[in-house]
Design a binder for this molecule. Sequence first.
Ligand SMILES: Cc1cc2nc3c(=O)[nH]c(=O)nc-3n(C[C@H](O)[C@H](O)[C@H](O)COP(=O)(O)O)c2cc1C
Length: 191
Amino acid sequence: MLKDLVKANRSYRGFDETYQFTKEQLSAYVDLTRFTASSVNAQPLKYHLAFEKEEVGLIQSMTGWARALPDIKLPHDGMCPTGFIVICQDTDISDNLSRYQKDVGIVAQTILLGAVENNLGGCMIGNFSPDEVKEKLGFPKNIVPILVIALGKPSEKIVITEIENGESTKYYRDENDTHFVPKRKLKDILI
Ligand SMILES: Cc1cc2nc3c(=O)[nH]c(=O)nc-3n(C[C@H](O)[C@H](O)[C@H](O)COP(=O)(O)O)c2cc1C
């Protein structure tokens, strides 16, 4: 079960724009994060939920997608995510941003697994300007955006492939827009 969820949890970059999130739905994904591990249990992460069209569009305009495929516009027009969760750090709790980077990864994966369990999905987005997001969303001084999670109803095909040592890990798309994600073999990641 867990393996199925983890495998279905791909980085989706194409969504059904007719799908709408509610505040309660996104809050439920954030609720999962309260039960995850946190360095010294400080829990400095806070979350901004975006589900209204205008704000979702604003956040979309501040994010960069699929840097490895510069010739393809992703998401394609009309296939944007319909929700975002912006993971932030509250510097009133801790201003040590590097210490809690690992917490960020744990909560991000937890949120996405929650979405995948509901047949939804998303993509972690690190390619944005924290200052711009902070300013345009009107966050107070102590709230620093760290990672953006795009969410929606996936509407694209993604295939995992296995690679040999030395082969490229770069993801790619074929002429049908199927997205391929090369992953290393188990034998090659065990030390
Ligand atoms: C911390 C982090 C930040 C990421 N930032 C971006 C991003 O800014 N834009 C993007 O399109 N994908 C982003 N990704 C998604 C990766 O490109 C993706 O995980 C990788 O291609 C492997 O695909 P998979 O997630 O389906 O296994 C990010 C992933 C992680 C873990």
